[in-house]
Design a protein around this ligand. Structure first.
Ligand SMILES: [Zn+2]
Ligand SMILES: [Zn+2]
Length: 255
């Protein structure tokens, strides 16, 4: 199963320095046939995280043409979901016909999860609050075609996967998956956690199993690369996970 990489960052994300050509040259070298650039737009994390749409699109459209004989380049965005900022989010999404819009939850209780300022909670409580936050944000957000790294929070757990038992959050997980399924949104298989000390491709196999049982059909795959070396990383693992739950290449919608 030859999968594309539909979650890749470049210098337009404030946490990434990789020039556009380095991303594409790495993808071609790895033999990828399809890539979708999905730079960050996280309105709730402040202006540093706003995507400069015009400059971004101008640059990527030019490269899309230049590389068309070597690889299919698509232009998307990773939008941080937060209903408090829906007006601004809508404005961004209306400004360009992004081919993939990954909706992600990177913050909770006003903080970027990356910095784990939630000292008062042990991992189990921290993960529980995350799933509650995800459900609330999903229900009140729209405009995205893929739901990104569903159990992303585990990357920032003190004990990461060792303290993660997804069954403890079964009720919220089911609600989240039902929301995704009823809206024909694709669930993302994100291999980024493998490079952050998480020993599985997001989402955990338990969640994949529930997705299948509840009738989930659509998937999207991505490395979440912030460095050229990571473009296409882990897609073989993602393919294995897909196959083990009876999904095939047809589960990934063509762009
Ligand atoms: Zn993300
Ligand atoms: Zn990302």
């Amino acid at each position: 199963m030859k999968l594309g990489d539909r979650h890749v960052h470049s210098r337009f994300s404030c946490d990434c320095r990789t020039p556009e050509r380095d991303v594409l040259d790495a993808a071609v070298k790895k033999g990828l046939k399809e890539i979708c650039i999905t730079d960050h737009c996280d309105i709730d994390m402040g202006p540093d995280w706003y995507l400069p749409v015009e400059e971004y699109v101008t640059s990527w459209e030019k490269l899309k043409k230049e590389y068309e004989d070597r690889i299919d380049v698509h232009i998307g965005v990773e939008m941080g979901l937060n209903p408090e900022y829906n007006d601004k989010i809508d404005e961004y999404l209306a400004s360009y016909p992004f081919e993939v819009v990954i909706g992600s939850v990177h913050t909770m209780q006003g903080d970027d999860l990356y910095f784990r300022k939630h000292y008062d909670y042990d991992d189990r409580e921290y993960y529980r609050i995350y799933f509650e936050t995800v459900l609330e944000r999903l229900k009140n957000s729209k405009g995205f075609t893929v739901f990104g790294h569903m159990d992303y929070v585990v990357r920032y757990g003190y004990e990461k996967g060792a303290s993660y038992e997804p069954e403890l959050y079964a009720e919220h997980i089911d609600e989240i998956l039902k929301e995704i399924i009823s809206r024909d949104i694709a669930l993302e298989l994100n291999t980024g956690g493998l490079r952050k000390g998480v020993d599985f491709v997001h989402p955990h196999a338990y969640i994949m199993g529930r997705y299948k049982e509840l009738g989930g059909k659509y998937l999207s795959t991505g490395s979440d690369a912030h460095f050229a070396d990571h473009v296409g990383a882990g897609l073989g693992e993602a393919a294995k996970l897909m196959r083990s739950f009876g999904f095939d290449a047809g589960s990934v919608k063509p762009l």
